[in-house]
Design a protein around this ligand. Structure first.
Ligand code: IMP
Ligand code: MG
Length: 185
């Protein structure tokens, strides 16, 4: 798919994307590798894969199908960004998982780590619920978080310092459905 191809423009409503950073095949290959790593990392115990909505919804649905062990899925919702492309640092938990976390391996799945503020707040909150273990799997890490949480264990790609959209990532709630990850402008 080219950046101004009909396939792109139909999906974006006419806005061209600057460049495709990770195409569908590249993402699928890396998600398979992450699935293999995660399968190997949890030889026993109950595993709860906790998706951080909304950004992780596509990544999580692909990832869990590549993990070859029993697991459960739940979600949580934290609101941090509005229409701005910078972190407000104001992370609110607007949906809390129903599932008990105590005694389980918790794998928190996040789309992208930027300032790291969202994960810092969430790991503090989840640690207090006494899981057997707590680890983070992020598809993308911009590697600019000044004090990243030690739970970051699985990372898909070291992302460039651009604003990325697609494969779940949005700008003002748009572009989540793009099957690739692109740099918008
Ligand atoms: P942080 O708290 O600054 O690490 O921001 C993390 C959250 O901000 C992610 O869960 C995303 O929802 C959003 N975010 C950060 N960078 C990007 C980006 O490049 N594109 C889309 N969303 C982003
Ligand atoms: Mg977002």
């Amino acid at each position: 798919m080219t950046l101004k191809s009909p396939e792109v423009l139909r999906r974006t409503g006419g806005t061209p994307v600057k460049s495709i950073i990770y195409d569908e095949e590249t993402i699928a290959r890396r998600v398979q590798e992450l699935g293999d790593e995660i399968t190997a990392a949890y030889p026993d115990g109950s595993l709860l894969v906790l998706g951080l909505l909304k950004g992780s919804f596509i990544f999580l649905s692909d990832l869990v199908r590549r993990i070859e062990r029993p697991l459960q899925v739940d979600f949580l919702v934290a609101a941090s960004y509005g229409v701005e492309k910078v972190s407000s640092g104001n992370v609110r938990l607007v949906y809390d998982p129903e599932t008990r976390l105590e005694g389980k391996h918790i794998l928190l799945v996040e789309d992208i780590i930027d300032s790291g503020k969202t994960l810092k707040r969430l790991t503090t909150l989840l640690r207090a619920r006494e899981p057997r273990s707590l680890a983070i799997c992020a598809l993308l890490d911009k590697q600019i978080a000044p004090d990243p949480p030690p739970e970051i264990r699985f990372v898909g790609f070291k992302a460039p310092p651009a604003f990325l959209v697609g494969y779940g990532l949005d700008h003002a709630e748009n572009y989540r459905h793009l099957p690739f990850i692109a740099d918008l402008e």
